[in-house]
Design a protein around this ligand. Structure first.
Ligand SMILES: CC(C)(COP(=O)(O)OP(=O)(O)OC[C@H]1O[C@@H](n2cnc3c(N)ncnc32)[C@H](O)[C@@H]1OP(=O)(O)O)[C@@H](O)C(=O)NCCC(=O)NCCS
Length: 150
């Protein structure tokens, strides 16, 4: 696991574009990484070679929000997403966070199973939150994990 800094912004952008249809470019990620409380990790594959996943989070007071998490397609279902979550949670806890929050698309079965298995529970729903010309509006579920319970 590699802690992200500005030197990784181009790499993070390339990974994000491989994980998401609506991806964040390098300038946006640079601004994000410069904002207070933001941190992230890159995960390597099991051979320890190429980075295959990333997570970016923001700490505010005693809460930590997962802003994005993704694993490139060929490296999925090998525990990378779970390792990224664990790293984010450990870092958040070390910085004094008590709770993790995130938003996930209601139809995103893979991500919902990952979060459910790590103890995240639904605390809200934002109707038609994800709206783009390319896809149908989708609800976002707001999930929370109490860090004291893991
Ligand atoms: C969601 C995502 C990050 C999961 O990454 P991953 O590395 O494949 O996840 P892991 O291998 O650590 O999986 C951990 C658990 O999550 C669940 N899971 C992951 N992918 C799944 C799938 N396609 N179908 C069902 N369950 C799945 C399983 O319970 C899995 O445990 P198991 O393999 O022992 O059964 C990845 O699918 C991804 O990048 N998706 C596209 C981007 C995205 O949707 N990000 C989340 C936005 S909120």
């Amino acid at each position: 696991m590699i802690a992200c800094d500005f030197a990784h912004v181009e790499l993070m952008a390339a990974l994000h574009a491989r994980c998401f249809a609506e991806y964040w470019d390098a300038p946006s990620l640079g601004k994000l990484m410069a904002s207070p409380g933001t941190f992230g990790f890159l995960a390597r594959d099991s051979d320890g070679d190429d980075p295959v996943g990333l997570v970016i989070c923001r700490l505010a007071a005693d809460e930590c929000e997962i802003l994005t998490i993704g694993v490139v397609e060929h490296a999925r279902r090998a525990g990378v997403g779970a390792r990224l979550l664990d790293a984010a949670q450990a870092r958040a806890r070390k910085s004094g966070a008590q709770q993790m929050f995130l938003e996930v698309g209601a139809t995103n079965t893979a991500a919902r199973r990952l979060y459910d298995g790590r103890g995240y529970r639904q605390v809200g729903r934002r109707r038609n939150y994800y709206r783009t010309p390319e896809r149908q509006a989708e609800d976002a579920l707001v999930l929370r994990l109490e860090l004291a319970q893991v």
